[in-house]
Ligand binder design. Structure first.
Ligand code: BGC
Length: 365
């Protein structure tokens, strides 16, 4: 198995044991690789979609897109959120299976906690697609569809460096690091992608993390909650930046970037260069206003559209289009994946990045 194609990424990714979620070593688009594909199933079948909490706008958008897209394609969608967390999602999936879905699409709250339910789904004959977040430590996942998570982190790391250099040509720069929720399989991958860019600069002294909190475990934000990021930012600021400047912040997504900015403003400090992800409306406005430095465009419409294409192909008994057969080991198996390319957005391209987006297009015109 080719888990890591580029030597430069190896160090950052070495910490991932069960996961090998990089976009590198990517194979050319191909078909097959999954365990399904032959036979198909009846038109109008029930398709279950289990989504996590509404921790960012992309999940809320996905609900509507799945409902509309699956209905338009002639399926019966059963789309549910698990706002109360893991046990709600477990119960939901068990209940979904009683409606005999032919495909179960899962955006997991915690990708390690659904083993029993995924086995039930598989035993009932469903094909299982991990959506956006990989399902871990189970053989009962057939496909993965997501934006390239490692690449997201790399783009964030590069944007942070570029933003800092644009403000002040040479370092050292003081930065702090934030990561997502440790139960989300993506969070560590985003962080490792970013650290593949930032760690060499921390090691050579260009970047200084005055709190000393440079590990994923120290940087995490439980449940992706703004209040948790804001509280940690408050503590970091009072503990380390009363007389020093905070030049930059790695934030894994837009919701948390705005939480950190709230903290910085409350402390009366200058706005640092800060990254994000998801192209949330308020963050895109913040980029336009010159506050948040960057976000990532992971167009939810394209991700849902591809998930629905997978469902259609399964229904028709066709082989699925897979463009990464090697990178996504979930601890038990390598899951055939279809990865989409994330795009970095800063003030340099914010006015052109969303021209075909019905929500963000009009805002950025
Ligand atoms: C998604 C991100 C999102 C985060 C919090 C992750 O799994 O990939 O786009 O910001 O969840 O909702």
């Amino acid at each position: 198995m080719r888990m890591f194609g580029k030597a430069g990424k190896a160090a950052a990714v070495a910490a991932i044991t069960a996961l090998a979620l990089t976009g590198c070593g990517r194979s050319e688009p191909t078909t097959g690789g999954g365990t399904e594909g032959a036979g198909g199933f009846e038109e109008g079948a029930s398709i279950a979609v289990a989504l996590p909490q509404k921790t960012s706008e992309n999940w809320v958008l996905a609900e509507k897109l799945f409902n509309d897209g699956l209905t338009d394609a002639g399926f019966k969608p059963d789309v549910q959120f698990a706002n109360a967390g893991v046990s709600e999602q477990q119960n939901q999936i068990s209940a979904m299976i009683t409606k005999n879905p032919k495909v179960l699409i899962v955006g997991a709250v915690d990708g390690t906690q659904l083993g029993t339910q995924l086995k039930q789904a598989k035993d009932a004959g469903a094909t299982i697609i991990a959506y956006d977040r990989l399902l871990l430590n189970t053989e009962n996942v057939d496909y993965y569809v997501a934006y390239d998570n490692f690449k997201v982190g790399e783009l964030q790391g590069k944007a942070l460096l570029e933003g800092l250099q644009a403000k002040k040509p040479s370092g050292p720069y003081n930065i702090e690091l934030f990561a997502g929720s440790p139960d989300d399989a993506n969070a560590k991958v985003f962080f490792d992608g970013a650290m593949s860019v930032l760690k060499p600069k921390i090691d050579d002294g260009t970047l200084k993390v005055l709190s000393g909190q440079t590990s994923f475990e120290q940087a995490v934000t439980q449940a992706w909650k703004s209040e948790n990021a804001q509280r940690r930012a408050d503590t970091l600021l009072t503990g380390n930046y009363t007389s020093e400047s905070l030049d930059g912040v790695l934030s894994p997504n837009d919701t948390l970037a705005r939480a950190v900015l709230t903290s910085v403003k409350a402390a009366g400090k200058p706005i640092p260069v800060i990254t994000g992800q998801d192209s949330e409306v308020e963050s895109v406005k913040s980029i336009l206003a010159g506050e948040q430095y960057s976000t990532i465009n992971k167009d939810t419409r394209k991700l849902v559209e591809h998930a629905i294409t997978m469902v259609k192909d399964l229904q028709a008994g066709k082989e699925l289009e897979i463009n990464d057969k090697d990178s996504y080991n979930n601890g038990v198996k390598t899951v055939p994946a279809y990865l989409l390319e994330p795009v970095i957005v800063t003030s340099a391209n914010v006015k052109t990045a969303y021209t075909d987006d019905p929500i963000l297009g009009p805002i950025t015109k």
